[in-house]
Design a protein around this ligand. Structure first.
Ligand code: SF4
Ligand code: SF4
Length: 432
């Protein structure tokens, strides 16, 4: 298994090296070199921001396809609440479940159901762990990776409760071993979390399909099928997890919900500086409006959020009687370790020398953060130079200045003919 699996991939043939993607990457994971984007593996958190902004569709998410479910006799679809938000409220959950059966799934299980168990576990965790504060939700895998890469000091604040998709896999597999379990994913981060989990040894799922692809497949049939009985399975609280603020609504106490990866970064910076300690709980989601706005969805995030809010408002508030799920299913068992990507050298003295060199190099750069060099900012270019991945001449302003100085020198030299040549302006020697 490679050190890092990434759902987000680059099609080099489609990439035009336009540099649009390098600026929005929250972990400065992209460079453009030799006219093509390059993703630095250890920095990428699979948030999908680069998929959203690439005008040439050169970035994509690697997922399973519908043909992969055919390998299993009784494939199961795990559908998150955000999937319901992609449809207008007139399309019932029972019709969506029936349409999924029509394209080949044997069973359909709502992840919202598992979100209810997770809500209970989070409430208990917050109550039992009085310090430190604020505690951060573990539900969004892009946010977990953001903490590993950019905010290692916040790792201890992550609530050690399993994400709903893994709990849903356990509930769905109950009594039926050997089935294919596929998540209908709104984002590449969840695909990555199945292939390479953080906080647990392995995933209980067999793969993930793109929500956009599945939506396209069931659209022709969803209004024609007879709705399946028994849906929705989840109540209002579990279903609300698909949008920003939904998870927070189930947790008592002072809490805050933030969505959109760049807003999440601002909140984490505040926490890193010692702020927000009077908050019990932070719900943080990488995508705009929450999972409904993942880059593998089809509807406008705000329309999908409104759809989901309406659908959930028609559901019962409480979750009533449910079978018990074992405590260990709900627990994140493995440590969430920071990725040491900003370290310039393993040796402390060499790292310090490189840091000084980086600071000196940065002073030589114009500070415009234009991205023309293929690095997202002047500071990252300085870092790339120190790491031996770039040259000072990659800065076009620096290069232009050097060319200008060279041109001046050449003009100067052109006016200076050797003394042996007639009319030369070289140094004259008195013949006496
Ligand atoms: S946005 Fe990035 S991936 Fe897309 S064409 Fe431009 S450089 Fe290539
Ligand atoms: S998926 Fe996110 S972290 Fe990875 S390269 Fe794209 S923007 Fe950067």
């Amino acid at each position: 298994m490679p050190e890092y699996f990434h759902s987000v991939t680059l099609d080099r043939d489609k990439c035009k090296g336009c540099t649009n993607c390098i600026k929005g990457c929250p972990t400065e994971a992209i460079r453009v070199r030799d006219g093509k984007a390059v993703i630095i593996e250890e920095r990428c958190i699979d948030c999908g921001e680069c998929i959203r902004v690439c005008p040439n569709r050169a970035k994509a998410a690697l997922t399973e396809g519908l043909k992969d479910i055919a390998r299993f006799q009784r494939p199961i679809a795990l559908i998150p609440p955000s999937f319901y938000g992609q449809f207008p409220p007139q399309v019932s959950p029972g019709s969506i479940a029936a349409a999924l059966q029509a394209i080949g799934f044997a069973r359909v299980v709502e992840v919202g159901l598992a979100a209810e168990y997770v809500t209970e576990a989070v409430v208990k965790y917050v109550k039992e762990h009085r310090t430190p504060r604020p505690l951060i939700s573990s539900a969004c895998p892009a946010v977990i990776r953001l903490i590993q890469v950019r905010f290692p000091s916040l790792a201890d604040l992550i609530i050690r409760v399993e994400a709903p998709i893994e709990v849903a896999a356990v509930i769905a597999r109950e009594g039926e071993e050997g089935e294919g379990m596929f998540f209908i994913s709104p984002c590449p981060a969840k695909v990555t979390s199945i292939k390479q989990p953080v906080g647990r040894a392995s995933s209980g799922l067999d793969g993930a399909l793109s929500m956009a692809e599945v939506f396209g497949q069931i659209l022709p049939v969803v209004r024609r099928v007879e709705p399946l009985p028994g849906y929705p399975q989840a109540s209002r609280i579990g279903t609300s997890w698909g949008r920003s603020g939904g998870e927070r609504e189930g947790v008592a106490g002072r809490s805050l919900a933030v969505h959109g990866i760049h807003h999440v970064i601002k909140i984490f910076e505040l926490i890193e500086q010692g702020g927000l300690t009077d908050y019990e709980f932070i719900e943080a989601q990488s995508c705009p409006a929450g999972c409904v706005g993942g880059c593998l969805t089809v509807e406008n995030p705000f329309v999908a959020e409104t759809n989901l809010r309406y659908i959930a408002s028609t559901y019962p508030r409480g979750w009533g009687q449910r079978p018990k799920v074992a405590d260990e299913v709900l627990r994140l068992v493995k440590p969430i370790t920071p990725r040491k990507i900003w370290q310039l050298d393993d040796d402390a003295a060499r790292a310090m020398a490189k840091l000084l060199l980086l600071q000196e190099t940065e002073k030589e750069l114009p500070g415009l953060d234009c991205g023309s060099c293929g690095s997202p900012s002047c500071r990252t270019l300085a870092e790339d130079i120190v790491r031996g991945r770039a040259s000072i001449n990659d800065c076009i302003f620096n290069l232009r200045e050097r060319v200008r100085r060279l041109a001046e020198e050449m003009v100067d030299l052109a006016g200076k003919l050797p003394p042996a040549m007639a009319g030369g302006e070289g140094e004259t020697i008195d013949p006496k």
